[in-house]
Design a protein around this ligand. Structure first.
Ligand SMILES: [Zn+2]
Ligand SMILES: [Zn+2]
Length: 377
C-alpha cells in the first residue's frame, strides 16, 4: 500500500469540476476498464489506480458527497462520518450493471461470492486417424478415454454414506473471508474450506473425498463425411466433470487423415495422375479413371493432348462438409514414352519420324555427337 493516497478525485477521473454525471460515469468506466484487476493480474499499481478511481467515483457520483467534497475536500467527507463505507460501495457496484453492461459480467465479485464454488470441467482431446475413404464416407468410431467419473461409492458427493458436509465455521459458508481497510473491503478465499463454504469431515473411502475417480470410458463418435486433417469434432459435455454442479467440459476429437497411395486431396478436390501413350495423346482416347469410392468413370481425352494436361471430373471429389455435393476429381495426364519397343514398333516409329522430317536415333554414326561436342571445346 502506498503511503499517501491521491484524493484529488477530479484529476483521478480526468474531469473538470463542472463535469456532469454522465461525464463522470463515462470517465470512471474508462479508468475502471483500463485498470481492472482482471485485466492487470499481479499489477499492484493498476489495482491501486482502480481503487482510486472507484473511490473518486463513489464520491463524485453522489450529489451530497460531491457537494461536501467540493466545499471542504476529503477532510470534510471524513468529518461527515468516514466518507464511504462498504455499503456505499455496494451501491457503486450495483451501478456497474449499467456502467459496464455485460462487459465484465459479474467478474467484479463484490458483494457476491460465487467465484470459486463451481467451475466447468476441463476439456479433453483425443485423436482419430482415418483413411481417405473413411473421411469421404463419414464413420462412427469408438474411442476410449481415461477420464474422471463420478465415484460409485458416494455418487460423486465425496462424503461417506450417512454423513453430509458441514457448513464451514470459519467463513460461515460464504467461502470467503472479508477484511475492512479504510474505505475498502477486501475478500479472499477462505483457507479452511478452500472457498467451498463446506467442510467434509467424513470423506468417502472410495475417492478420498474427491467425488470422482479415473476410469476407462468408451464413447461412440460420429465423424461426418468430408472431414479433413486438422479438423476437430466437438462432443459437448464429455470432458472432465465440473465442480459444484457445473457441467462437464467438452471433448474434442482431432482428425488425422492418412495419405492415400493414389489420390491426393486439396480441400474438397481429389487429384490423380493417369498415364497415356504418345499414340493415345496424338490420336485421342477414352480411359477409365478410378474413383475413391465407386466404379471407374470414363474420361474422353481429345486428340493432340499434351503431357501435363488437366481434366476435371465433376462430383467425384470429397463431399463438401457444410453443403451438399462433392468437389472435383482432377486428372492430370502424363504421356508415357514406351521404352520396350519391338523391332516392328521401332520401324513404325522410324517411318513416322521420316514422314514428319524428324531426326531420330542417337547412335553417333553421323559424327553428330562429336560435332556438338566440338562446339563446346
Ligand atoms: Zn470456509
Ligand atoms: Zn466417493
Amino acid at each position: 500500500m502506498s503511503g499517501e493516497k491521491n484524493r484529488d478525485y477530479y484529476s483521478i477521473l480526468e474531469v473538470n469540476q463542472q463535469a456532469g454525471q454522465d461525464e463522470i460515469k463515462k470517465a470512471y468506466r474508462k479508468k475502471a476498464l483500463q485498470y481492472h484487476p482482471d485485466r492487470n493480474p499481479d499489477n499492484p499499481q493498476a489495482e491501486e489506480k482502480f481503487k482510486e478511481a472507484t473511490e473518486a467515483y463513489s464520491v463524485l457520483s453522489d450529489p451530497e458527497k460531491r457537494a461536501v467534497y467540493d466545499q471542504y475536500g476529503f477532510e470534510g467527507l471524513q468529518r461527515q462520518g468516514g466518507g464511504a463505507s462498504y455499503s456505499d460501495f455496494s451501491s457503486v457496484f450495483n451501478d456497474f450493471g449499467d456502467i459496464f453492461g455485460s462487459f465484465f459480467g459479474d467478474a467484479f465479485g463484490f458483494g457476491q461470492t460465487r467465484r470459486s464454488r463451481s467451475r466447468k470441467g476441463d476439456d479433453l482431446w483425443v485423436e482419430v486417424s482415418l483413411t481417405l475413404e473413411e473421411a469421404a464416407q463419414g464413420v462412427e468410431r469408438e474411442i476410449s478415454l481415461h477420464r474422471k467419473e463420478s465415484c460409485d461409492l458416494c455418487g460423486g458427493s465425496g462424503v461417506e454414506k450417512g454423513h453430509s458436509k458441514e457448513r464451514c465455521p470459519s467463513c460461515g459458508g460464504s467461502g470467503e473471508m472479508r477484511t475492512s481497510q479504510g474505505f475498502f473491503t477486501f475478500s479472499r478465499t477462505c483457507p479452511h474450506c478452500s472457498g467451498q463454504g463446506e467442510i467434509n469431515r467424513h470423506p468417502c473411502r472410495g475417492c478420498q473425498g474427491k467425488g470422482y475417480a479415473y476410469k476407462d470410458k468408451s464413447l461412440k463418435v460420429k465423424i461426418p463425411p468430408g472431414v479433413d486433417e486438422g479438423m476437430k469434432v466437438r462432443l459437448e459435455r464429455e470432458g472432465e466433470p465440473g465442480t459444484g454442479g457445473a457441467p462437464r467440459g467438452d471433448l474434442y476429437v482431432g482428425i488425422k487423415v492418412k495419405a492415400h497411395k493414389r489420390f491426393q486431396r486439396q480441400e474438397s478436390d481429389l487429384f490423380l495422375e493417369m498415364e497415356i501413350s504418345p499414340s493415345q495423346a496424338a490420336l485421342g482416347t477414352r480411359i477409365g479413371v478410378p474413383t475413391l469410392l465407386g466404379d471407374p468413370v470414363d474420361l474422353s481425352v481429345p486428340a493432340g493432348t499434351q503431357g501435363g494436361a488437366l481434366f476435371k471430373i465433376k462430383g467425384q471429389g470429397m463431399p463438401h462438409l457444410r453443403r451438399d455435393g462433392r468437389g472435383l476429381l482432377l486428372v492430370k495426364v502424363k504421356v508415357k514414352t514406351p521404352s520396350d519397343l519391338t523391332e516392328e514398333e521401332k520401324n513404325l516409329y522410324q517411318k513416322l519420324a521420316e514422314l514428319r522430317g524428324e531426326a531420330v536415333g542417337n547412335s553417333d554414326k553421323d559424327g553428330l555427337f562429336s560435332k556438338v561436342k566440338s562446339i563446346f571445346n
